[in-house]
Design a binder for this molecule. Structure first.
Ligand SMILES: C[S@@+](CC[C@H](N)C(=O)[O-])C[C@H]1O[C@@H](n2cnc3c(N)ncnc32)[C@H](O)[C@@H]1O
Length: 229
């Protein structure tokens, strides 16, 4: 897929260790059934991507090992979940879980999530998640951070009024980047009245692998919820 010239890579490596025979099988046999048809126009309503044509479709960007995506899919069988992740091992983990658990409400993309967002019809998502995006801590790399005003423009287009956007980070400086990106926007409202609202993760929001690492290493986590107005 073509990407706008100004769009910088927001992720690190796409491949890790060589795949086992089972992992390769999942990529060859299961992925074609779950991958989004990005070369064609997106179906409308977007729920047609799923056999049960759900009313509500949720998007997770950068699902990593897929713990959160799979938990949400199992807990919300009536919702359609679209997961985007460019790291092959993560994609394979989700394919394996979908295959083993027989989930019918998950679709997966291994393309840059920003290309997926541009493909989606307007106002089609009722929830979106970006949990612990790559921190890019070095000053010269800050411009690679996924969350910026351009991404929020795309999310605002793809999300319905009333939809919820959930973001988590364990990096204080990224929290600042995020809040600056939302500053002055009238299309999203931060759902925080008191510190617990961003210090405490809700019960319908399971811990990810990356969050577990942040806990082990003693970093504070921030959990942000925004309403598409
Ligand atoms: C720090 S990891 C966190 C993974 C997971 N959300 C968690 O909390 O364990 C960030 C993930 O986002 C993915 N990512 C970064 N930019 C992306 C993009 N533009 N499209 C899809 N995935 C992306 C990376 O490959 C990486 O796996």
């Amino acid at each position: 897929m073509t990407r706008p010239e100004h769009e910088l890579r927001s992720f690190g490596r796409r491949r890790g260790r060589a795949l086992s025979a089972r992992q390769q099988h999942l990529l060859d046999e299961v992925m074609p059934k779950l991958a989004l048809p990005l070369a064609e126009p997106a179906p409308e309503p977007i729920g047609q991507l799923f056999p049960h044509a759900p009313q509500d479709v949720w998007l997770e960007i950068g699902f990593g090992g897929g713990e959160h995506l799979i938990w949400q899919a199992q807990t919300n069988a009536d919702v359609g979940l679209i997961g985007c992740e460019v790291f092959e091992e993560g994609v394979v983990k989700v394919l394996s879980a979908v295959d083993t658990l027989g989930l019918r409400n998950v679709r997966v993309s291994d393309e840059d999530a920003r290309a997926v967002l541009r493909w989606l019809p307007p106002a089609c998502l009722s929830r979106a998640f970006i949990l612990f995006p790559d921190p890019w801590p070095k000053r010269k790399h800050v411009k690679r951070r996924l969350i910026n005003p351009a991404l929020l423009d795309e999310l605002a287009r793809a999300m319905r009024p009333g939809a919820e956007l959930r973001i988590a980070t364990d990096i204080g400086d990224y929290l600042r980047t995020i809040l600056m990106s939302f500053r002055g926007r009238v299309d999203f409202r931060w759902l925080a009245d008191r510190p617990e609202d961003w210090r405490v993760r809700g019960d319908d929001w399971p811990q990810t692998r990356y969050e577990a690492k942040a806990v082990r290493e003693g970093r504070r986590r921030y959990f942000l919820r925004f309403r598409r107005v």
